[in-house]
Design a protein around this ligand. Structure first.
Ligand code: ATP
Length: 590
């Protein structure tokens, strides 16, 4: 089944449609006054158009009686000038309102996307989310401004034309109305389908974004695996879906414009024929017939306004559904509190019977309990998949634990604002991502006001001072996209320096020694020891050599705490730990 059909088959459309229409009006509401002004100006332009056939009728009447046309010509010139000026003003106000609206939509989306909960982000592709800000927002903006105005203007213009035509000749209006009803039926059939097509197109555009984001984000992996063809096909297949949906949309557009064009032309011919008979029998004046024909001819304008306004509205509703999806996603709304740097001595971290499962997965942590003492190093060890990183994610409140408590200085962190928790607990991730920018920007990322002395201290503590001296522009040297110009070890030390600069009370380090050579590891061990004299340090380690001197080791296995103790105690009591140590040739060292 094609994407178009899949979307078209989605159930619950009327309900969605009402919700989306309300949401669309919600976006237009803050701009109601400028939009009203634009509408009034557009209506003024329409009135000028509507008056013209009447004036032509007068001109023809005066021409036949040989009267002077001076006043009419002056009036026509004045109306023309006013119409041009009003049109310019209306265009400016309309465009400015449209830009303001799209800014508002984008601002809201950006705010939410950056605050999405980690659980939401786990399920979605970033590229697809991005296109909602870049692409869907403009479609909605077009619908809420141009679409709504075209629709109202078209409807009023059409109604006024029909009234004028009715006053001139009811029989000729009857002919015209029959044709208009046919157009209405066709529009009623085609319009809802346009919305489905637009939604399908926007989904495909989202997929193109997601596919490219995936390939470019992992460009080296793609190249190293020779996966260029697969990745190209993935993005192009989404582009093809957009193309197919676009073509279906184009077909509907053709149906609409052809039917409305033919309707106007047919009624024009019939009115000429029938009107000619009325003129010949003296039931209708020639000037009135010409004025009627001009109204009929000009009917194309309001019909086109109605059609384009309706189509824009349908398109907007389609795109709006994707924007509304973002508005339904859960966000972290407690991270904007202005919380100063943590004060007081470092607290213990008490993990008490904590249980957690990812959605649809067996529990990743089951009844985990231990205490990390302040100013001490607590190491978390255990085989891959044991739940070590998950534990850190809970400590950062990336996810909320489902059972038990995590206490920080006597407070249950699930009752604290995330802003406060993250201000007190610094986290150095496993793959230490860097941001494009300079070395300094990455260093002071979480502590922008740091003074040069504090920066020099952390650089010395992490052994980065020598590297910075060698960089061409020192701290102001760019580190490249995702820090590619630094080695893995340098990135890790920079990430630790960044965390330390914040002077946190608790420091979480996830596999920070993974990329280090013996010398760097030695430097880092000293750094960690120094940090653990200042704050509560929890360290996930695969390489036991980094944690043999830890105050306490917590051995996790399949989501449970298997044992706790010092290195020596665990060697004596825990066979699995002894085996881990043995595989790393530690037994001979100890
Ligand atoms: N975002 C996620 N969604 C669903 N399941 C997850 C997610 N992250 C981890 N898991 C699962 O949870 C379990 C624990 O993973 P976790 O990353 O905490 O282990 P770990 O001990 O840190 O492993 P490693 O040492 O290999 O990094 C694993 O079974 C993993 O597949």
């Amino acid at each position: 089944m094609s994407i178009v059909n899949e979307t078209a088959d989605a159930g619950g459309l009327p309900k969605c449609s009402n919700r989306s229409s309300r949401a669309l009006l919600g976006y237009a509401k803050p701009h109601r006054w400028p939009l009203t002004l634009v509408l009034l100006l557009t209506l003024a332009g329409s009135v000028a158009e509507l008056v013209q056939p009447l004036m032509v009728e007068t001109v023809i009447a005066k021409l036949t009686s040989g009267e002077s046309l001076r006043n009419e010509i002056l009036l026509l010139t004045g109306m023309f000038m006013v119409a041009v000026l009003l049109n310019g003003w209306q265009t400016w106000i309309g465009q400015r309102t449209a830009e303001r609206m799209v800014l508002g939509i984008r601002r809201g989306l950006i705010w939410r996307l950056i605050r999405l909960r980690v659980a939401e982000l786990d399920q979605r592709e970033p590229g697809n989310l991005t296109t909602r800000v870049t692409s869907d927002s403009t479609v909605v903006q077009h619908a809420a401004t141009t679409g709504v105005i075209d629709l109202i203007n078209g409807a009023l213009h059409l109604a006024a034309s029909i009234v004028m035509m009715g006053t001139m000749s009811p029989p000729l209006l009857g002919i015209t109305a029959t044709v208009l009803i046919i157009v209405g039926i066709v529009l009623g059939f085609v319009m809802p389908r346009i919305r489905q097509v637009v939604q399908a197109t926007q989904e495909s555009v989202g997929e193109i974004g997601a596919a490219l984001d995936r390939s470019l984000g992992a460009a080296r992996t793609v190249k190293a695996n020779g996966a260029e063809a697969t990745e190209t096909e993935r993005a192009i297949s989404a582009a093809r879906s957009a193309y197919r949906a676009g073509l279906t949309g184009a077909r509907y557009q053709v149906v609409i414009t052809t039917v409305s064009g033919m309707a106007v032309q047919t009624s024009f011919l019939v009115v000429i024929g029938f009107g000619g008979v009325l003129v010949a029998t003296g039931e209708l004046g020639i000037a009135t017939l010409i004025a009627f024909l001009l109204y009929l001819f000009n009917l194309g304008t309001p019909i086109l306004s109605l059609v384009t306004g309706f189509a824009a509205l349908q398109q907007g509703l389609g795109a709006l559904q994707r924007i509304e999806e973002v508005n339904q996603m859960t966000v972290e709304d407690d991270i904007d509190a202005d919380i100063g740097p943590p004060t007081g001595p470092p607290p213990p971290v008490v993990v008490d019977e904590v249980t957690f499962a990812y959605p649809g997965r067996p529990p990743a942590l089951i009844g985990v309990s231990f205490t990390a003492e302040p100013r001490k190093l607590t190491a978390i060890v255990g085989p891959s998949g044991a739940g070590k990183t998950t534990l850190f994610s809970l400590l950062q409140r990336f996810y909320d634990h489902q059972g038990g408590r995590i206490m920080l200085a006597g407070d249950d962190i699930s009752r604290c604002d995330r802003a406060e928790v993250r201000q007190r607990i610094a986290y150095v991730e496993q793959d230490t991502p860097m941001l494009a920018g300079t070395f300094r920007e990455n260093l002071v990322y979480a502590a922008p006001g740091s003074d040069p002395a504090a920066i020099a201290d952390v650089l010395a503590l992490t052994g980065l001072d020598r590297l910075v001296q060698q960089l061409p522009d020192g701290l102001d040297t760019p580190v490249g996209v995702r820090g590619v110009t630094l080695s893995g070890g340098e990135r890790q030390r920079l990430a630790i320096a960044r965390a330390l600069l914040r002077r946190p009370q608790v420091l979480l380090l996830d596999e920070v020694t993974a990329h280090l050579d013996a010398r760097s590891e030695h430097t880092l061990r000293r750094t960690i020891e120094a940090a653990s004299r200042e704050c509560t340090v929890l360290l996930i380690a695969h390489r036991l050599s980094t944690v043999t001197s830890a105050h306490r080791l917590v051995v996790l296995d399949q989501g449970r705490v298997r044992s706790t103790g010092t290195h020596a105690e665990l060697l004596a009591t825990d066979p699995m730990y002894r085996e881990l140590a043995a595989t790393q040739l530690l037994l001979s060292e100890s």
